[in-house]
Design a protein around this ligand. Sequence first.
Ligand SMILES: *Cc1c(COP(=O)(O)O)cnc(C)c1O
Length: 391
Amino acid sequence: MIPSLLPIHVRPDVVFERGEGAYLYDLSGRRYLDFICGIGVTGLGHCHPRLVAALREQEEKVWHLSNLFEIPEQTRLAQRLVAASFADTAFFFNSGVEAIECSLKMARKYQDSVGHPERYRIITFEGAFHGRTLAAIAAGGQDKHLAGFGPPMDGFDQVPFGNLNQVSGALTEQTAGILVEPVQGEGGIRPAAPEFLQGLRRLADEMGILLIFDEVQCGMGRTGRLLAHEWAGVAPDIAAVAKALGGGFPVGACLALERAASGMTVGSHGTTFGGNPLAMAVANAVLDVMLEEGFFEHIVEMGEKLSARLDRLVKDHPKVVEGDIRGTGLMLGMRCIPPNRDLVVALREAGLLAGPAGDNVLRLLPPLIVGEAEIDEAVGILDSVFAGFDS
Ligand SMILES: *Cc1c(COP(=O)(O)O)cnc(C)c1O
């Protein structure tokens, strides 16, 4: 008999009751160090006092208005994101995939508005992940996500990640834009080389097409900058962010340059729940914390420490993990030799939550507020669990 909850996820036999900072506590009171953060969402840790206070304050005022009315906290968040990023304008949704959907629609609408309605196709990359709607699984192009759901939505051309020549070769008269994750998350913590992103920017400019960055996972501080592409010194025309933007409250945003957004006129898109007052109050509080002096420097510093310690583990456990540590800031991965999922299970049993990613990678997304003592603790657990896989 089918469970009352649609069984599309396999879950371990543990139930978390509460969280505080970098830790989660299960029903029996056992403590776990959370280095996956609900897949990069609880960037400020669990129940950050400033986020709790912001939610409490808003919950007594008003919860929902819809976008029929002005939401002052939404206007304010848009202004602040615009001031802190490449973007001229922002709009809010409830999830990453909705921000992606808006980005794709915006790129097509832009081309239509500049007299190129025939340009609707988007170039995407192998190993990509953009979410689970019909458009997003077509964009991601992964068989495991597409299988059984009928013909994939038309309009996506996929090429190998990191190969500029193949991108040039795939451009046609119908290309509207290029969609890329500056650091592939699900694909195995694979950062794009700065030169690759710079090359995409050049190609997009030459061809009059739009460059869209999917920063749903790598954005909002994860790599030690507000947006990951800042490291490469290039800006997109459109970017999608989500995960850490709400610190655990569901919220996503589509950020864009004025020119790229020019086709999105009144009535061209919409959402009932997106950008509601609760989400906006929390996201503003997230931004309050992230934009404070030293926040990003802390991520860089902790990321370097953790990365160096992980590198040591690769040398100490050559039968368990191999190769270079992947990623930047606090978005890190190690390639496993045994199945990554077996390591994830063993680590959890030892009190450390990590996640799998593509290419048999063990993914670590610690909270951005992580401290040195917690890094020491995590590395100690990794070391002892890896030792159990050594022989
Ligand atoms: C998680 C993720 C998405 C989808 O976000 P949802 O909130 O699950 O819809 C899209 N792109 C990337 C890079 C992601 O990591």
